[in-house]
Every structure is written in C-alpha cells, then in structure tokens.
Design a protein around this ligand. Sequence first.
Ligand SMILES: Cc1cc2nc3c(=O)[nH]c(=O)nc-3n(C[C@H](O)[C@H](O)[C@H](O)COP(=O)(O)O)c2cc1C
Length: 383
Amino acid sequence: MTQRLLNRYPSIADLRRQAHKRIPHFAWEYLDSGTGADACMRRNREALEAVQMVPRFMRGAIEPDVETRLFGVDYAVPFGVSPVGLTGLMWPRAERILARAAGKQRFPYALSTAATESPEVIGPLANGMGWFQLYPPRSPEIRRDLLQRARDSGFTTMLVTVDVPIASRRERQVRAGVVVPPKITPLMLYRCAIRPAWSLGTLIAGGRPRFRGLEKYLDGSDMRDMLDFIGKELGGSLDWEYLQAVRDEWDGPLVLKGVLSTEEAERAVSMGYEGIMVSNHGGRQFDGAPAAISVLPTIAAAVGDRAKILFDSGVRGGLDIVRALALGADFVLLGRAFMYGVSALGGRGGDHVAQILLADLQNNMIQLGCKTIPELRECEIVT
Ligand SMILES: Cc1cc2nc3c(=O)[nH]c(=O)nc-3n(C[C@H](O)[C@H](O)[C@H](O)COP(=O)(O)O)c2cc1C
C-alpha cells in the first residue's frame, strides 16, 4: 500500500494538487495562501531552492542515520508538524490523523491553541510526541490554565508564537469568503456540494469546525463570540515581561516561535528559552519579511551553542530539510505539507507525508555523501 501511494503521489507537490481537488475553495485558500501579494511565501521557496550543495562521492556504502534527540526525547526523524489553527476546516479530524501518525512514527506533532480539537483529546493520541503551541492569552488565568491543560494532557514542549501582533489581512482568504464575522453564502454551499468527501466527512465529524480547546473560556460555542474572544484575548499583548511569566510557569522545554531577529533570539535564550524557531509563519503574517532560510545561518551562529534551533517556512521536501539542517537548524517543521497530505488522502495523509520526507531526506543525504546529520553542516554550500 505504501509503495502504491508513493508511486501515485511521490512528492508534496502531488499531494498539493490532489488536496486542491478535494477541499472547497474557501478551505483551500485558507490553507494555501500567504498574505499581501504572497511575496514572502514565494521568497521562502526561492531562497530555499537557491541553496545549492556540492555532492561528495567515493565514500562507500552509506546508510543515513536520521534519528534525532531533542529536549531529551528521541525522535525517529529530524522533522515534525508545525501548529496549524482551524485544522478541521481543511479536513475533518485532521488533528487526530496527524497526532496518531506522529505517535506511531515518532515525530513531533504541535497542536495549535486555535486547533479544532482540545488538548485533552489530542495529547493521549500523540503518545508522547505532542508539543503545544501557545497563542499568548492576555489573561494570566487563561494562560496558566492552558499551560496546565497541556501539561496534564501529555504535551512535552511548549512553543510560544510571537509573530502575530495583529491578525494579518490575508487578502486571498477575504476574497474566498473567509471573513469575520463568518458568513455562509449560496456560493459557499455550492462549493461544499462539489466536494462531497469533505462535506460528508465534516457532517460526520459534527458539522462546522469549532475551536474546541478554547470553548471552556466562553459560554457556549457561538462562532461569532469565539472569533471575538480570539481577536481580543489571544493577540497583540506580548512583551518581554510576558515571555518571562511563561518561562516561570512552564517547567519543560520552551521554544520561541516566529523569530527572525538575532537580537530577539539572544534575549530569549538569555531568559532561559531552550529553543528558537526561525520562522515567518509560512509567509502568512508580514509580506515584507525576509525568507526564513535567509536569516537562519546568522541566528544559528549567534545562539546555536546555547539553544536548539528549529526552522520552518517553505519546506516542501527532504531536500529542503537537508538545506535547513546544513545551514544550522537542529530540527525542521512543516505546516502546509502535512495539511496537503491529510486533505489529499484523509486518514493516510500524515503517514504518507512522513514517508515522502524520510525517503527524500535519506536519498539526498546519500547524494551528499553524509551519513549523519552533523555531517550535513560540513557540506560545501554554493549560493
Ligand atoms: C493554515 C495554517 C494555519 C496556521 N495556524 C497557525 C497557528 O495556529 N499557530 C501558529 O503558531 N502557526 C500557525 N501557522 C504557521 C505554521 O505553524 C508554520 O509556521 C507555517 O505553516 C510554516 O510554513 P509552511 O506552511 O510553508 O511549512 C499556520 C499555518 C497555516 C498554513
């Protein structure tokens, strides 16, 4: 079965095409878009593709060793799933599918604060592979409660997302009808009707996606109230004092997600953050931001001896993972790639994306003559 799927969908690009055919237009635009003119999103890809590496041959038989220890946990691979909010909009029960794949194959799955399932449901399914992503709530009580719930549900690592000081305007999504307050139009219903697998799956999963992890902080689950709550409570209040409070309240590994500035990376590390995640949110927040891969080497050189460097934004295959590892990342995450897989293949999507990435990672390591991940850092890079 795995081989048949690999023959049919050998790359993330194949899954992307299939996902486009399977989900309604508004869900597709929510998943696939960047912000503004999508320039930052494009830049992520162009800058990754511009990283060329000189292959080395005559090194005998090579069996790459890709197991990676991070924050005291052994992972089978140096990659995992970035947090994605409103997940069930792209495919019903997507969080469960990805958490199960992660738990089985031993790679991390990061659950978003804005996911459509609660930490209590997903933590146990991830089987020790769960990370939790915090959109920083303004209220300290809600913050402490979310941290406690994540801990109690078995999430080992906390990612604090810093790159959403305001909801991005995301014009493509607005054009597709993903607006606040939500509005269901005849065109949207038609777009659901012509995607029957998605529509049926959504009905069986209980209808329209809900932010289940946040419902306890509101009376009821009314979508307008919820979006209002998210807008007012989860954004725009972050400062260094706040980050210190999270450090004091979370006693496990803590990662700052969305860092593009060396100075901010330095300061977070000096406060005791164990991980810096170099990311521009996949080009979804600020269209003028640099490609994440372009700033990775400087940040890794500045703090890589004191903190783990995580990376995402634009990664679409094993070769991109190799590129990021060679440029200083210790671990690489992917948002859209996993969601393309689940939208394209449903329950088999998470496993299949991981298979593609692993096969591609190993293949490219052999091309480069590298047996281990540290050896990738010694590769000759041409830019
Ligand atoms: C549909 C979608 C929703 C996202 N939701 C969140 C979120 O809730 N929290 C967060 O920290 N990042 C979120 N992100 C950003 C991802 O965690 C990640 O940084 C980004 O997807 C990486 O780029 P890539 O999609 O090119 O791999 C989201 C990304 C996408 C595509």
